[in-house]
Ligand binder design. Structure first.
Ligand code: NAG
Ligand code: NAG
Ligand code: NAG
Ligand code: NAG
Ligand code: NAG
Length: 329
């Protein structure tokens, strides 16, 4: 069982990558010659055997949304280490600062949107986009070394008043914006355009739609309600909401506790919602899916993956990362 200690992540985040101790241990058990073992033991960290963007080497990105990401000991880096392509920060505006926490009582001045998300993401992206003599023009690689064009969805869940908090969130993105790391939207006389970037910001919670949808130029998007795309939110396009989400418990409900099957109404609702979103080029995500019992959680995940959700919402990242879904997942 892998666990994430704060120390392990501090090591991960330090500028000079330490020799990967676990790798060394693993190799000790290999049936190889002593000479080769010596080479393996003594070359870690040497210039020949490191490369600039190796921070996330070997991590395969997965269509997982790290739900309640800020609950983890080390937000963002935990999600990164298992390959989540989507994370979520709950932000509260307190005295002109955006703090992170699930509820007010969990807030501290050290845990800010900037310190827990913006700076760590920027730091990883700087590593994945090194400036070397081999680079002609600045690159815009994503956080994953194995899939550099994979964007990282950053859901910003506003907990305090939307119209006042959202402008602060937009301002907080400035370091990522300056570095050219945000996915952008432009509308002009020739049409609508998305320029993909390493990070795609999506406002959710109290985010005001009218501070996103009408703008002709922006580097943030809106989390529409997947269940309302065909009705009250029918004028929302993928240019506004690349991903739309809805509350599973409210719109679908639990499967049968004994058989773990969904009834025909539930299946129809999931199919219709996801298919409608897809027809508009929008990816679907359900939140508030059952986390327990594990058999129910897995039955729900399996159904959702089979139905083609864009992101699987997960509280247990390791379970989700190791989840074996239907073929193609
Ligand atoms: C917010 O600022 C006011 C005025 O400076 C101060 O009295 C108050 O303690 C601050 N609140 C928090 C939560 O920091
Ligand atoms: C519209 O925006 C796109 C994307 O930025 C750009 O390529 C195109 O040249 C623009 N067209 C006009 C007419 O400004
Ligand atoms: C979308 O529809 C809503 C509600 O019907 C309306 O208030 C809003 O102005 C529309 N927005 C656009 C961009 O058409
Ligand atoms: C299907 O399950 C939902 C949620 O438990 C329930 O509200 C609904 O009545 C059921 N429909 C049928 C046809 O069994
Ligand atoms: C769950 O399925 C079992 C077995 O088919 C059935 O007997 C039971 O009535 C179902 N429960 C509900 C709440 O529909």
């Amino acid at each position: 069982m892998r666990t994430f200690s704060a120390a392990a992540f501090a090591a991960l985040a330090s500028t000079t990558l330490a020799a990967p101790v676990h790798l060394h241990k693993r190799q000790e058990s290999l049936d190889i010659s002593q000479t080769l073992q010596n080479i393996l033991d003594n070359t870690h960290g040497s210039d020949l055997y490191t490369y600039p963007t190796d921070l996330t080497r070997g991590i395969v990105p997965k269509a997982i949304h790290s739900h309640n990401d800020y609950w983890r000991d080390v937000p963002f880096y935990s999600a990164l280490s298992v390959g989540c392509v989507s994370i979520e920060a709950d932000v509260w505006l307190v005295n002109d600062t955006l703090l992170i926490g699930h509820e007010r009582s969990a807030l501290t001045s050290a845990r800010s949107f900037d310190s827990l998300y913006i700076q760590p993401i920027l730091s990883v992206l700087r590593r994945e986009n090194p400036i070397t003599q081999y680079i002609q023009t600045p690159t815009r690689n994503g956080v994953y070394d194995t899939a550099s064009d994979q964007t990282l969805y950053l859901f910003v869940d506003l907990k305090t008043d939307g119209p006042t908090t959202w402008p602060y969130a937009i301002r907080a993105l400035e370091p990522l914006r300056q570095a050219g790391y945000l996915t952008t939207y432009t509308r002009n006389s020739s049409g609508e355009y998305i320029t993909p970037g390493p990070v795609t910001v999506i406002g959710t919670g109290n985010t005001p739609l009218n501070q996103v949808q009408p703008l002709a130029s922006r580097d943030y998007f809106f989390d529409a309600n997947l269940a309302l795309l065909s009705t009250t939110q029918s004028n929302i396009t993928s240019y506004v909401s690349p991903i739309a989400s809805t509350q599973f418990s409210r719109y679908i409900g639990s499967p049968n506790a004994t058989t773990l099957d969904f009834n025909s109404t539930q299946l129809q609702t999931i199919q219709t919602q996801i298919a409608f979103a897809k027809s508009k080029g929008i990816g679907g995500r359900y939140w508030d899916t059952p986390a327990w019992p594990v058999s129910t959680r897995d039955a729900v995940w399996k159904e959702l993956v089979g139905q083609g959700v864009a992101l699987l919402n997960a509280d247990d990242l390791l379970a989700a990362a190791g989840f074996t879904g239907p073929a193609g997942w």
